[in-house]
Design a protein around this ligand. Sequence first.
Ligand code: 2DT
Length: 212
Amino acid sequence: DNVHDKSRGSLIVLEGLDRSGKTSQSNRLVSYLKEKGVLVESWRFPDRTTSTGQMISAYLANESQLDDRAIHLLFSANRWEKRSLMESKIMCGTTLIVDRYSYSGVAFSAAKGLDFQWCKAPEVGLIAPDLVIYFDISPEKAAERGGYGTERYEKLEFQKKVAEHYSTLRDASWKIVDACLPMDIVEEQVREFAMACILTCQKGKPLNKLWS
Ligand code: 2DT
């Protein structure tokens, strides 16, 4: 029907500490939505395929050193270079499920001691998510989950600081999922939040910008 021809997709962002399970849940959600006939794509930031993404990837693997502010701006640029593609996909009806976004950008850089407002500034004007789902887990519990990998930020003390900054960023619109519940329960909650959001956007909720 005509109403749905013009309806837009949603921008749904998944955030959480390393080992919170958000990547597995992202994959599960995308499969579920595809089964339901929703036009959907799985995205993640950093997008390591672009040239900024390759610089970021080398930095995370400790293969290069970069000034804290320089890497922060690269992460942001990595989102800006995708902004117009994201907008056109969403406006053409595709829902994007995005594993990490500006909130990771701010929480991880602020955890190094950079000024919080300075960290937010380059994100202003990017597309605001219609929904942020936060996978809540204590840094200690996350660390117990088979250990961290070898990337730069995968250390308990650092993750504790990231968790603090996530709580500063969190607002009443975020949906918080207890990431320690069984995977199937988490999956069910994520599905419900996502479906409700997709419906609201189809009905004409306007697309907003960060950070307003
Ligand atoms: P993955 O393991 O999910 O690929 O994350 N990060 C991420 C930042 O510091 N700033 C950002 O803007 C983003 C999106 C979080 C790679 C690591 O990069 C961190 C973990």
